[in-house]
Design a protein around this ligand. Structure first.
Ligand SMILES: Cc1cc2nc3c(=O)[nH]c(=O)nc-3n(C[C@H](O)[C@H](O)[C@H](O)COP(=O)(O)O)c2cc1C
Length: 204
């Protein structure tokens, strides 16, 4: 790749599944020469909710990724947002961060960047696609160019099979299934390539 695209991967995760996807998207982007930032958004759930779930408490207490800032969005050529599926849509924690971006929207600072989305749910048909589509809605408002995962990668075409974006479902009966990891890696590679191409274009 000629230039080195800048990729921000910004996620919310309560129990670590989306964080795992986020880091594999970063690995994919890095594999084709991108600079990456993997960033989480602020936890907003009350302590009693977090402490009621050992996995949530464990992840929240041990997460070492930095918090996302608006300047990370400005820095990036390509942006990947991730959230667990919650009742068929993204978690409010991610939305809370997105709702702080009005000043960037007003100045067109995010127009012509490339955006993509990924998720994890408990079940295969529990709303993976509706979550990704809901996250993508924000890109329309920013003028950000939406990049689907699509099926260019043979692994995605034959195994993970979700063209909307990398998707993990926790109830998979096959504990050895790593198709979501490979899909995330592929999404990172693809985001880096597409963001590099668009960063060279002057579009008004
Ligand atoms: C409040 C809430 C709502 C959820 N809604 C859904 C849902 O609509 N469909 C689904 O399959 N899983 C649902 N889940 C399960 C999470 O999406 C799933 O556990 C996911 O892997 C969590 O990702 P994380 O480990 O990154 O937090 C829900 C979980 C919570 C806590």
């Amino acid at each position: 790749m000629g230039s080195s695209p800048k990729i921000a991967i910004i996620y919310y995760s309560a129990t670590g599944n989306v964080a795992h996807l986020a880091h594999n998207i970063a690995l994919g982007a890095q594999s084709v020469g991108a600079q990456t930032r993997v960033l989480r958004v602020q936890e907003t759930a009350p302590p009693e909710a977090i402490s009621s779930n050992a996995s949530w408490q464990n992840f929240t207490e041990h997460s070492t990724d930095d918090l996302a800032r608006l300047e990370d969005l400005v820095w990036a050529d390509g942006i990947a947002f991730g959230s667990p599926t919650r009742f068929g849509g993204p978690a409010s924690q991610l939305k809370a961060f997105l709702d702080t971006t009005g000043s960037l929207w007003a100045t067109g600072a995010l127009a012509n960047k490339v955006g993509t989305a990924f998720t994890s749910a408990s079940t295969q048909h529990g709303g993976l696609e509706s979550t990704i589509l809901a996250i993508n809605n924000i890109f329309y408002h920013w003028g950000t160019l939406i990049m689907p995962l699509g099926y260019p990668n043979e692994h995605v075409r034959k195994h993970s099979g979700n063209p909307y974006g990398a998707s993990h479902f926790a109830s998979s009966r096959n504990a050895d299934d790593t198709s979501h990891v490979k899909a995330a890696f592929s999404q990172g590679e693809r985001l880096a390539h597409v963001a590099a191409a668009f960063s060279r274009l002057e579009i008004s």
